[in-house]
Write a protein that binds this ligand. Structure first.
Ligand code: AKG
Ligand code: FE2
Length: 319
């Protein structure tokens, strides 16, 4: 398949929304309508957000470049008791890919702890401070998107408890350029298991998205833009209103691609189910209520299967 036609994801501008502006409500409503429609149709949109300045973006990617240049044994000190949250790399069937992760990155101490592991002797305040400031802004963007979705689905009264039942994880990724003899597949097709993922890249393209019709489209992300994507948990929480798209990374460029994802996930131990307003005769319940931690245990044991919805396999109900 693969459509060659240039495709532009809907673009939603968040730049004005957290500033004092007499037209705020009008801007908010129009951005909200656009964001929700895009998440329903594509599970995805492009966000512009001037709160993360080009200068901060450059600093973050410079620092990430330095991070991935550290020796492997240092990078492997990034461990986690949660699957996929620590160092990942050197995988034979995904040789271009490496990633590391920081939980709750909007808390400075969490970032500092990671930084101290990576630079045990001299530390790296530039890394901690820039990653922390940047993550906090991404987290604010996540909050605005959630508010739009909850308002748009008439679920505003559930927003606060929803946000309190959410965990955040920052994943930083590196895809090296493929050699002539290698496959250009950087990351195989998958849907995120998260609620929402916000992606950002260092200007090197590679993200591809599968539409509901099954066509693969290249997402050409504008410089300074972010990609906001719904994961399967949001699909379940909205009882199917939001689409969780399959996506992958293909490295056609011969430059290193660095990317960052802020993942929000249901807190472990909380039972995830859609608000009752989402379920009716026309919208029968799509997933059995689940615990994200138990689902992740299953997901890791069963193995990530390309082009397969993990959550749906785990607790999807027949429709
Ligand atoms: O690198 C990217 O842009 C995408 C990464 C991704 O899809 C993921 O980590 O789930
Ligand atoms: Fe993903």
């Amino acid at each position: 398949m693969g459509s060659e036609a240039p495709f532009q994801l809907p673009v939603v501008d968040f730049s004005q929304l957290n500033k004092q502006n007499p037209d705020n409500l009008i801007i908010w409503e129009s951005a909200k309508t656009k964001a929700l429609a895009a998440l329903e149709e594509y599970g995805c949109f492009e966000a512009t957000f001037d709160q993360i300045s080009p200068n901060l973006q450059n600093t973050v990617f410079d620092e990430l470049g330095r991070l991935f240049d550290l020796p492997l044994d240092i990078k492997q000190k990034n461990t986690s008791d949660r699957e996929f949250h620590g160092y990942i790399g050197q995988i034979p069937f995904m040789p271009l890919y490496e990633s590391m992760g920081i939980d709750a990155p909007y808390i400075l101490e969490k970032v500092q702890k990671f930084t101290d592991l990576m630079w045990p002797d001299q530390g790296n305040t530039k890394f901690s401070n820039s990653i922390h400031t940047y993550s906090k802004k991404l987290w604010e963007l996540d909050g605005m998107v959630k508010k739009m979705v909850f308002e748009g689905l008439n679920l505003t009264k559930y927003l606060k408890e929803h946000l309190e039942a959410t965990n955040y994880h920052l994943k930083v990724m590196k895809y090296r350029a493929a050699e002539a003899s290698e496959s250009t597949m950087g990351l195989d097709s998958h849907a995120d298991t998260s609620i929402l993922t916000i992606l950002h890249q260092n200007g090197v393209q590679g993200l591809e998205l599968r539409t509901k019709d099954g066509d693969w489209i290249t997402v050409n992300v504008s410089p300074n833009s972010f990609v906001v994507m719904a994961g399967e948990s949001f699909n379940a929480l909205s009882n199917g209103r939001l689409h969780a798209p399959f996506h992958r990374v293909v490295m056609n460029a011969n430059k290193t691609r660095l990317s960052v994802g802020l993942f929000s996930m249901p807190r472990i131990g909380m039972i995830v189910k859609p608000p009752k307003e989402m379920v009716d005769e026309e919208h029968p319940l799509l997933f059995k209520p689940f615990d994200y931690g138990e689902f992740m245990d299953y997901f890791c044991m069963a193995g990530v299967k390309k082009d397969t919805y993990g959550l749906k396999t785990y607790c999807g109900l027949p429709v």
